[in-house]
Ligand binder design. Sequence first.
Ligand SMILES: [Zn+2]
Ligand SMILES: [Zn+2]
Length: 342
Amino acid sequence: MNHLTLSTDLITSDILPVISQSKVARQTYLDKRVTKSQRGTKRTRSQRARERLQTKEHLVGLARELHEGELADKLDRCHSRLSVLTCGRHIARIIPNFTCEFRLCPDCSRRRSRKLQNKYLPMMSAFMLHNRVTPVHLVLTQTHRKETRKQSAARIRSSFTKLTRRSFWKDNFKGGTWSLEFTKDKNGLHHTHLHIVGFRRKFFDIHLLRGEWLAVTGDSHVLHLKPILDLAVGLQEVVKYVSKPLDIRRFGAADLKEFLGLKNMRMFGTFGEFRDFCKGFDLSDEAAASDLETLARDLVEGCACPHCDNPLFDLRLSKGELPQFYEQMESSPPGKVGTSWN
Ligand SMILES: [Zn+2]
Ligand SMILES: [Zn+2]
């Protein structure tokens, strides 16, 4: 059971150590177009918390529809009661009563993507320093066919494997990470994209890469490439698809059923020399300094808030109260501590 699993709702934007790669040179061959999903809109924490609640309720409803009672109960219980360590204006840590670990659960997938970031960011930084490579965000797309989500994912991954075996790719990339993004259009066709943080050895002509992608897919040359100026932000952009594979609120029972059949599909991985580098990387040194979950774990009631030095206190909230609490934090003027939750 996963009682009292630590979930640091931290602070991500404030405390998370941002490792900047500001020295990435501008170059002329880059394709700056981004896919619609990459743009995203900035919502407040309270809005996001509320959306997670709605997503979860929707999932619970679908699970009940499919007579997946156990799944529905687990989702319902997950993060239903929270112990929040807060100064009244900032949240240092949130400990949920229970985590369901279901892949589509918005609360559990957030934790998972944060873990991925904490794990890979130090390795990526070290790899870049070691190899003098620059990171780019590459999005590979494929033509739409009548196929299942599983087939669509297998097709794009197999094309990517072929791509990485070609000499053009090896000359220009030194490995990286990949993650899958799924969408579905109005006609029910699956669109699968592969998001790659690639470590580029040198500049190259994007048209040549398009030609290579067409050569391995047979019918698609569509890809997008943009430089990653801030590795932490770039990685976050890519792992968000792992944490939020689709717009679940538009999911029907049939979609959930299909997803339940995908249980073991990998959504994230490493490739090339970066993969080998990760295997040999000793997390204990470099990650220790940046592991916020460790830092947050040591905080207890009475400790100083990492943001403002005010004392932290423990607040018990039900899941429905969390968005309200965020709202109060968002609306309280700087310096003023909200007291109504005391
Ligand atoms: Zn969950
Ligand atoms: Zn504070």
